[in-house]
Design a protein around this ligand. Structure first.
Ligand SMILES: *[C@@H]1O[C@H](CO)[C@@H](O)[C@H](O)[C@H]1NC(C)=O
Length: 215
């Protein structure tokens, strides 16, 4: 099992001892922002591996199962955070572990499912349409995330903004396109882009190795 960000935060806070007031909400917040960014990079790798699942049916059931887990967690965390008195955008970074976990669960899971929505818009839209309570919960999440945008990295803020447009929660920018949609006419789809990046990376890796002439 992957360690929770809040757990990592706790470990780091206990490891650092001099000078800084490690228990201050400001310090915890700065640390959290860094850890969140790293967690997002890990998430992205996991989501990319979803693309390798071949059939539509398999992708559909994976996304459905994921949605069940994501929204189940968010539902619980929402209850937790609302009863804690935490007000997004107003309260300082929570000091209680339970509240921190709830906050982090909401942010992580919203980002994760947003990534899925953009990359698998056809399937995700169906899943959300068939489960209206998930769609409503997601709207709540997006508002919540926007209120605590200072905890998120810029790419996550952008992602969430794109998802609001993809789902028509907010009016689409005239230039809005989901780069991952298969039917996108301009510039092709991202599967191709992913391949290009993959190729570039491979080339780089080869170059990094010792040259024949150096042997
Ligand atoms: C959002 O609106 C666009 C344009 O009207 C439409 O094509 C699309 O199906 C809508 N998406 C959802 C998820 O309702």
């Amino acid at each position: 099992m992957q360690k929770s960000i809040v757990y990592l935060l706790f470990i780091i806070q206990t490891l650092i001892c001099d000078n800084v007031d490690v228990n201050s909400p400001e310090f915890a917040e700065q640390l959290y922002i860094k850890l969140f960014k790293r967690r997002r990079a890990e998430q992205l790798e996991a989501v990319k591996s979803f693309k390798k699942i071949g059939s539509y049916e398999k992708q559909y059931s994976m996304i459905f199962l994921m949605a069940e887990k994501v929204f189940g967690t968010i539902q619980e965390s929402r209850a937790q955070i609302e009863s804690s008195g935490y007000i997004p955008g107003t309260s300082q970074f929570p000091t209680e572990v339970k509240t921190r976990e709830a906050l982090s669960n909401i942010l992580e899971n919203t980002a994760l499912f947003s990534e899925i929505i953009l990359r698998f818009p056809e399937i995700s839209t169906i899943v959300l349409k068939l489960n209206n309570n998930w769609d409503l919960l997601l709207r709540w999440c997006i508002i919540f995330c926007n209120e605590v945008h200072y905890l998120l990295d810029t790419s996550t803020v952008k992602l969430i903004n794109l998802v609001s447009q993809e789902l028509n929660h907010t009016e689409r920018d005239p230039n809005y396109i989901n780069p991952y949609r298969k039917s996108v006419s301009k510039g092709g789809n991202v599967q191709e882009e992913d391949v290009k990046v993959e190729k570039k990376r491979k080339r780089k890796e080869i170059r990094k190795g010792p040259r024949l002439t150096e042997l």
